[in-house]
Design a protein around this ligand. Structure first.
Ligand code: NAD
Length: 340
């Protein structure tokens, strides 16, 4: 190994440790150049350090500026705030890129190759929420405030245009709901057209679609889209939809990119329903590791990893249960390593 790149490792909750072991085994086989600093967060952080985002974990990422992260559990309703959201805020990870590419041909939707860019730190995810009590009901009224800024919109839009162009994309589609949320999502739409005109009109086409129509179009004719860019909540929902087009959450990786740090993860959560059973599909996290290799300019290793996963799924027909196969996480991982 010619050089070593320090990186923070968070195995995560639920199926996290299982799919992270699988991913590390594959990265070892590839002789990936990372030297890992293992840390905890989420429920694991609460259990071992009494904190869903312990200071040691934050210090580690401040130092390495690079992390591979398993899914972190967040309690619904009450309880602590999402460690994922806090990590994005802490390191100003303003861009979330979630590619959806068909790896197993012959499914309901073939030849999908979409890029979803999601604004990652603003919008309705800021957690400005409160209740107004009326009489004896403490939760009589619920209020949430979304915040989108011109500067925040410019950050993600600029990243999305630049990245899409670099990856050879021909068209960007802004997804919004500016007919109803005229200010909150209107600012994003308006900024997209401004920026496109100023900087990118000669290199990529731009159009826009309302989020509800976008959902319908994605399931009737997803091939009409090339790259999508949208605000936080819409991006979260749409990227699960596009994951569904390519075989489900087990196949969808994500990159959280900021000025000073980058965190790579699977789109899916901790899958508590199958945790500890050794049957989770590690592909999404492995593909996230491939994005991380691309990020540190190890494109050859990234490509080898993607090819080995594709050959395992298609030539060897080794697949986990979510893809209709019967392979365990371990058997799938061994098959990928054999391909490497
Ligand atoms: P989930 O993504 O964990 O699971 C949804 C469904 O997909 C489940 O049936 C699960 O078994 C299946 N699934 C997910 N990943 C799979 C895989 N790799 N292989 C096979 N099947 C898989 O969503 P959820 O159940 O709504 O959320 C569980 C927890 O995860 C919650 O606490 C949530 O807050 C958290 N979460 C974390 C992240 C993250 O860390 N980035 C993202 C989403 C949800």
């Amino acid at each position: 190994m010619s050089h070593s790149i320090p990186a923070t490792l968070i195995a995560g909750d639920g199926i996290g440790p299982e799919i992270m072991d699988a991913t590390l085994a594959v990265l070892d086989a590839l002789q990936a150049p990372f030297s890992w600093d293992a840390q905890v967060a989420g429920l694991g952080g609460v259990k071992s350090a009494g904190d869903p985002l312990p200071p040691a974990t934050l210090d580690s990422i401040r130092r390495t500026r690079l992390a591979l992260k398993g899914p972190l559990e967040t309690p619904s309703g009450g309880g602590y705030r999402s460690s994922n959201v806090r990590l994005r805020e802490e390191f100003k990870l303003f861009a979330n890129m979630r590619p959806a590419r068909t790896m197993i041909p012959g499914g309901r939707f073939d030849n999908i190759d979409l890029l979803v860019f999601r604004e990652n730190v603003e919008g309705l995810y800021m957690g400005y929420e409160h209740y107004i009590p009326i009489e004896d009901d403490p939760h009589a009224v619920a209020i949430a405030t979304g915040v989108n800024t011109r500067q925040g919109s410019r950050h993600i839009l600029d990243y999305a245009f630049r990245t899409a162009i670099a990856l050879g994309r021909k068209k960007m589609t802004v997804v919004h709901k500016a007919n109803i949320m005229k200010a909150l999502t209107g600012i994003f739409l308006e900024t997209a057209y401004q920026m496109h005109k100023e900087k990118y009109a000669d290199r990529i086409a731009l159009d826009d679609v309302i989020v509800d129509a976008c959902c319908m179009k994605l399931v009737t004719n997803p091939w009409q889209f090339d790259a999508l860019v949208t605000t936080n909540l819409f991006g979260d929902i749409l990227s699960d939809l596009t994951a569904g087009l390519v075989g489900g959450l087990g196949m969808a990786p994500g990159a959280n990119i900021g000025q000073d740090a980058a965190i790579f993860e699977a789109v899916h959560g901790s899958a508590p329903d199958i945790a500890g059973r050794g049957i989770a599909n590690p592909t999404a996290l492995m593909l996230a590791a491939a994005l991380m290799l691309d990020h540190v300019a190890e494109h050859d290793k990234a490509q080898r990893l993607r090819a080995a996963i594709s050959d395992t799924l298609n030539k060897d027909q080794v697949r986990t249960g979510d893809l209709g196969g019967s392979a365990s996480t371990e058997a799938f991982t061994k098959a990928v390593i054999a391909r490497l």
